[in-house]
Write a protein that binds this ligand. Structure first.
Ligand code: CMP
Length: 143
């Protein structure tokens, strides 16, 4: 079963949107297999966003993601990587459709509420960066 890494960013946590966001993925039919409220260290932020190292906004990105608690999650289900990206909406909220998370709750690209892995490779890398295997649960599929 496919897994992805999703994270409610500091702006989403501060605006009390964790429940709303979790509900959307639960309602869709996905299962959360890991979740924790945490502060991201400078080192973890640099690793997580390593691919953006050369971008002019990298410093701002690291400052923002370390500015307050995030809610890091692992979700499981069919096509969850690409479908979660659809549910999140375009990275820039100026382009994200109403009905998507960013379309409904965000205005600026730097404070866009949620992060989600963009490929199976990123999902695997990001899950391993944030979670130990023993922090992830399995469900009895017969329920
Ligand atoms: P995310 O999906 O977390 O991955 C990289 C992040 O960089 C992206 O969401 C945006 O929040 C952020 N980002 C992209 N472009 C810009 C920009 N021009 N200025 C500031 N942040 C940006």
């Amino acid at each position: 079963m496919e897994r992805t890494f999703l994270m409610v960013k500091p702006d989403g946590v501060q605006r009390n949107l964790i429940g709303e966001i979790v509900s959307r993925f639960e309602d869709k039919g996905y299962q959360m297999v890991g979740g924790k409220l945490m502060n991201i260290s400078e080192e973890l932020a640099q690793q997580h966003y390593g691919e953006h190292k050369e971008r002019p906004f990298f410093g701002e990105l690291v400052d923002f993601i370390t500015s307050g608690p995030v809610f890091a999650m692992v979700w499981e289900g069919e096509n969850v990587i690409s479908t979660a990206r659809l549910m999140m909406g375009a990275t820039n909220p100026k382009e994200s459709a109403p009905g998507t998370i960013r379309g409904d709750f965000a205005v600026t690209v730097s404070k866009n509420i949620i992060h989600g892995s963009d490929s199976p490779e990123s999902a695997s890398r990001e899950i391993n960066l944030f979670f130990k295997e023993e922090e992830l649960v399995t469900y009895d599929k017969s329920v």
